[in-house]
Design a protein around this ligand. Structure first.
Ligand code: AMP
Length: 362
């Protein structure tokens, strides 16, 4: 496909803050964005147009797609049938394969394992019949996670001993799940990779991620990940993206164990721009949102190099009330998502605190 010229329309499935920041980046390059979502969201404040409709209304989705030149998605739980309905009319990037694999934890882990990439021991727990085999494979301590629709620590239950599995299965609502070994990690990192239409990939510097209550709190660059393990992390993410025929930005979360034959273990990947890459908006020449747009419209990718050190802090729930102080803070780049209600656990914005670049990192 030829590169889409400025003035073209990019469709985005989903109306959340990621769609909003994608729309802002697209506008900067002269593109228009058209959102499709089942519920109104903050992306519509900045996109040119929005269609509200259920993801099950395939006719409405096809009509939406016909009004665009290419379509992307900003969350991984878009029903595959909806993306397939778009694909009959316009290209969908990243592709359907990434969507299908990422939205089912067991499929995702099986796919990663089939590529020979390192990940914690795992087993399917679709019903009580699977308890014994899962414990045999994974043991305890471990974590039960629903196969679908889990995010920010939701749909998860930790088990300390094997006999706690039945209670954990009740706790996740007896939904089909995956049991995975608890990883005694030193810290968590993620690779933000962007793969162009020509199959060439670039990556950002690797942030170190700190979670609180299952929700990302901060991402910091540079991380203290040793250089040889940074290289390994990039190789792992690159192989995954190549295997998926991926186009766009992908966030690949990993646990850093440090010792032994597998210093890094893959946790999960997001087939979209990722919260742990929000620092790239201010600390890099071309941030993740612009690079995702560049990839989906078939443009050359922008430079991913980092000019500053940065800590990104999510503003969750009432944190956003501190906006007057944050706005007055030197070196703090404030991003607010325009959400009306600051419910607990809700991501309301983020702040990127820039400092002069130290020697480490890329
Ligand atoms: P997830 O939704 O899979 O990203 O999990 C949310 C957070 O829970 C992760 O970022 C980790 O902090 C923690 N976590 C998830 N899986 C594991 C695991 N297998 N071992 C240890 N901690 C985990």
């Amino acid at each position: 496909m030829k590169a889409l010229p400025p003035g073209s329309t990019i469709g985005i499935l989903g109306a959340g803050q990621l769609g909003r920041m994608l729309s802002i980046a697209a506008a900067q390059l002269g593109f228009k964005c058209h959102i499709y979502s089942d519920v109104p969201g903050p992306a519509s404040d900045v996109a040119v147009s929005t269609t509200i409709g259920p993801y099950e209304d395939l006719d409405k989705i096809a009509k939406f797609a016909a009004e665009t030149d290419v379509v992307t998605y900003e969350f991984e739980n878009v029903p595959v049938e909806a993306a397939a309905a778009v694909e009959r009319v316009r290209p969908v990037r990243p592709g359907l394969k990434a969507l299908e694999v990422a939205q089912d934890r067991f499929k995702e882990k099986s796919f990663i394992a089939s590529l020979g990439l390192p990940l914690p021991a795992f087993a399917a727990v679709d019903s009580a019949d699977d308890f014994a085999a899962a414990i045999e494979t994974v043991g305890a301590p471990s974590m039960l996670k629903t196969r679908r629709l889990g995010y920010d620590g939701k749909g998860q239950a930790r088990i300390g001993r094997a006999d706690e599995l039945p209670a954990a299965f009740e706790a996740v609502g007896r939904a089909p799940a995956t049991l995975e070994a608890m990883v005694p990690f030193k810290f968590e990192v993620s690779v933000l990779l962007v793969r162009g239409l020509d199959g060439v990939s670039l990556a950002y510097d690797i942030p170190q991620n700190h979670h609180e209550g299952g929700i990302l709190r901060t991402s910091t660059v540079p991380s203290i990940l040793p250089p040889e393990h940074q290289k390994l992390a990039l190789q792992i993410a690159g192989r995954l993206a190549d295997a998926l025929g991926y186009v766009g930005v992908m966030g690949v979360e990993m646990f850093y164990v440090g010792e032994g034959p597998q210093p890094l273990l893959l946790n999960e990947f997001a087939p979209r721009v990722h919260n742990s890459g929000h620092w790239t908006m201010d600390a890099c020449a071309v941030g993740q949102f612009e690079n995702h747009i560049r990839a989906v419209v078939g443009w050359p990718l922008g430079a991913t190099g980092r000019h500053s050190d940065c800590q990104m802090t999510n503003l969750i729930g009432d944190d956003v009330a501190a906006w007057p102080e944050l706005a007055a803070e030197a070196g703090a780049c404030l991003h607010l998502y325009g959400k009306k209600q600051a419910r607990p656990g809700r991501k309301m914005g983020h702040v990127n605190r820039l400092t002069a670049r130290s020697g480490m990192g890329k």
